[in-house]
Design a protein around this ligand. Structure first.
Ligand SMILES: Cc1cc2nc3c(=O)[nH]c(=O)nc-3n(C[C@H](O)[C@H](O)[C@H](O)COP(=O)(O)OP(=O)(O)OC[C@H]3O[C@@H](n4cnc5c(N)ncnc54)[C@H](O)[C@@H]3O)c2cc1C
Length: 380
């Protein structure tokens, strides 16, 4: 019969959960990871080859200390596994002078004394001949950035966690969890487990697994498009990631990493989806046209041929910032949820934070701004 008692269960071994599993196992915690899908699957929010990591964080300067540690931990993971997971790159940020991206970048850089490089339009053309910026945009290059190989990161974390003693059960969805006399009971389709500490990293399934705060989460559908594998000269290493705010939309392009081509997506907007199981995964020609238009404006050597597309989900919180900490109203349960479409780069440090919380009850990392109670409610 399978073991059913653990010090800790990590519910959801996607982006953040795989890192949490690893950090628990490394500390000698008897930990079990549970997921409905195998590591590196394409049904949640952590697939599509690549995720951007960047230090000059326009979203909020308070993320920067976490980002510094995230970079360190990704490098540590590469060393442990003896494999490349974080490919060096720069990010070229484009946007109106008063827009969210340019003002946020300047605020973050000045608050944390970061090295960023404002570029004139002529400098952009000289250094990156395949990139065009609009007349009403400014350009700032962030040299402290890179691309994470998203599925490889997850598989690596899970594999090193297992090597350090973690158990993993996949293919059996968790149906419910509740406090019982012996700890926290977690029921899957096949078995029931009991643990002292429960860490919930649910991605787009947040509303069903975190009922006390379910109202804070909105799922948004995201489309990813890969254009022109063979003809574009827009290659990672030669070219930076481009992130462009324009006319209310923020698109990004990740240079070609392989034959699939240049990846383009709209970071803003997107259709709401009522539940992950009901995600419409079909190609939306209006979204494709918008991505093609972005390429025509900024990257004329890219497209129009579409090589590949997929869909993914953002789980938005009310203010676009993460919820990380203790689960309201239930001792010994911790969560990282509502990552709002920018969480993967932090998976390494969030895994460490969740292991701190579940083993020591506290973390040295500054996460007060991510408190799950900031939208109301109490811990009782
Ligand atoms: C298109 C797209 C582009 C993005 N680009 C970037 C980027 O460039 N940089 C960046 O930092 N972030 C980016 N993000 C955001 C980032 O990818 C996500 O915030 C992050 O990967 C989410 O990780 P997670 O662990 O919360 O969710 P997931 O990785 O989806 O993991 C949740 C896991 O929980 C499991 N689970 C849920 N419910 C159950 C259940 N009942 N039983 C068993 N298992 C369950 C799921 O199967 C899943 O494996 C992007 C997201 C998308 C969609």
């Amino acid at each position: 019969m399978a073991d059913t008692r653990y010090d800790c269960i990590v519910l959801g071994t996607g982006g953040v959960g795989s890192a949490a599993l690893y950090h628990h196992a490394r500390r000698g915690v008897r930990v079990l990871g549970l997921d409905q899908f195998p590591p590196g699957h394409d049904q949640g929010s952590s697939h599509g080859d690549s995720r951007i990591i960047r230090l000059a964080y326009f979203e909020h300067p308070d993320y920067i200390p976490l980002l510094r540690r995230a970079f360190e931990l990704w490098r540590e993971l590469e060393e442990q596994a003896d494999t490349r997971l974080l490919l060096d790159s720069h990010v070229l940020n484009l946007g109106p002078a008063e827009g969210e991206v340019i003002t946020g970048l300047k605020a973050a850089a000045s608050a944390h004394d970061l090295n960023i490089e404002p570029l004139s339009s002529a400098e952009v053309t000289r250094r990156f001949p395949s990139i065009r910026m609009a007349a009403d945009q400014q350009a700032i290059l962030d040299p402290n950035a890179g691309i994470l190989k998203v599925e490889d990161c997850i598989r690596t974390y899970v594999s090193l966690a297992k090597r350090a003693g973690a158990s993993l059960v996949v293919g059996s969805p968790v149906l419910s969890w509740r406090a019982v006399a012996q700890g926290i009971e977690v029921a899957t389709q096949q078995d029931t487990y009991v643990c002292e500490k429960l860490v919930i990293t649910p991605g787009a399934w947040a509303s069903s697994l975190l009922p006390a705060i379910a109202q804070h989460f909105t799922i948004v559908r995201k489309a990813l498009f890969w254009f022109d594998g063979d003809t574009s000269d827009f290659r990672l290493g030669d070219y930076p990631v481009v992130l462009s705010e324009r006319a209310g939309d923020t698109f990004y392009a990740i240079p070609r990493m392989d034959a699939k081509g240049v990846k383009i997506s709209n970071h803003s907007g997107g259709r709401e989806c009522t539940a992950p199981e009901r995600l419409d995964r079909t190609l939306d020609t209006t979204e494709l046209e918008a991505a093609s238009l972005f390429a025509r404006h900024h990257l004329p050597s890219v497209g129009p041929q579409l090589n590949h597309h997929t869909t993914c989900m953002y789980t938005m919180s009310p203010d676009g910032h993460f919820l990380v900490g203790a689960y309201p109203g239930q001792a010994n349960v911790y969560l990282a949820a509502g990552l709002s479409g920018h969480g993967f780069k932090f998976a390494s440090v969030l895994g460490e934070i969740l292991a701190d919380l579940s083993t020591d009850g506290v973390t040295r990392h500054p996460i007060e701004f991510l408190n799950p109670l900031r939208f109301g409610g109490t811990n009782r």
